[in-house]
Structure formats: C-alpha cells, structure tokens
Design a protein around this ligand. Structure first.
Ligand code: CA
Ligand code: CA
Length: 146
C-alpha cells in the first residue's frame, strides 16, 4: 500500500482545510509529510524532509513539520529556529502524544487535524497572524516516494 492510499481525497481536503484554518490565527506555517518507510531515526528523517521542502526559508523561521511514517509508526513534530527561540524542545510533545493516541485508534486524519489545530493555537502566542500574511508554504499534504 502506498502512503497516498491511506488518505481519500476527502481526508486530504480535511487536512488541507485544517492547516488553512490554523494559519488564520498564526503566521507559523504548518506542513504535513507522510512517508511510507522511516528506517532510521525519526528526528533525523524529519529534519531531512524539513530541509528538502525548504521549510527553513520562511520569513520568521516559524515553519512546523508534522512528519508521519505510517507503516513504521514513527512520527515527529519539529519547528524551525524562530520557534526554538521561544519554546523548549518538549514543546511539541503533548501534541505529538495526543496525535499518537488517535493514530493507535486508527484515526489518522482526525489525529493529524487535531495536531494541526493544537499547533496553530500553540504558535499563535508567539507568532500571531499579521495583516499582510502570505501563505509561504503550501497547505497540501506532501507524500514521500514509496
Ligand atoms: Ca502564513
Ligand atoms: Ca501554509
């Protein structure tokens, strides 16, 4: 099964909408990446993807990547340097744990949507949305090569 096949077009739309909604309250840019396999360390892989997607090029360095490898049950949430100036490394742990809990119940789309929503609220405190906000990073899910 390819990673794409875990999501119907409705699921994909739901996640894109969740990102769009979250980005209405924060200038932070949230992306979701779905990988099939993650053989190595999940944080290394997430950092690699973060760079590959050029997520370090936002103006305020406030991109957030939600990385999920479905078949390997590995997930990570990582933020860029701008966010690290304000928060500790464990900032994303609660959101990640809640997401994992939903995944265990087989609720992938719901778990992601919840994490996106929670990330938006968490980011809003440090990065409120500005009037001249641009959508710096696409809200579509990105799929890894299977
Ligand atoms: Ca934006
Ligand atoms: Ca965006």
């Amino acid at each position: 099964m390819k990673s794409k096949e875990f999501f119907t077009s409705e699921n994909r739309d739901a996640i894109t909408s969740a990102i769009k909604e979250a980005e209405k309250i924060t200038s932070g840019e949230i992306r979701v990446f779905i990988d099939k396999k993650c053989p190595g360390d999940v944080l290394d892989q997430a950092a690699h993807v973060f760079h590959k997607l050029k997520m370090h090029q936002t103006k305020e360095r406030n991109g957030v990547l939600i990385y999920v490898s479905i078949s390997d049950h590995k997930f990570a949430i990582i933020g860029d340097a701008g966010i690290h100036q304000h928060v500790k490394d464990d900032f994303w742990n609660k959101i990640k744990d809640e997401m994992a809990e939903q995944f265990r119940k087989g609720n992938i789309t719901g778990g992601l949507s919840h994490a996106i929503h929670a990330a938006g609220i968490a980011l809003q405190k440090y990065f409120p949305r500005m009037k001249n906000d641009k959508d710096e990073l696409s809200n579509e899910i990105v799929f890894g090569n299977d």
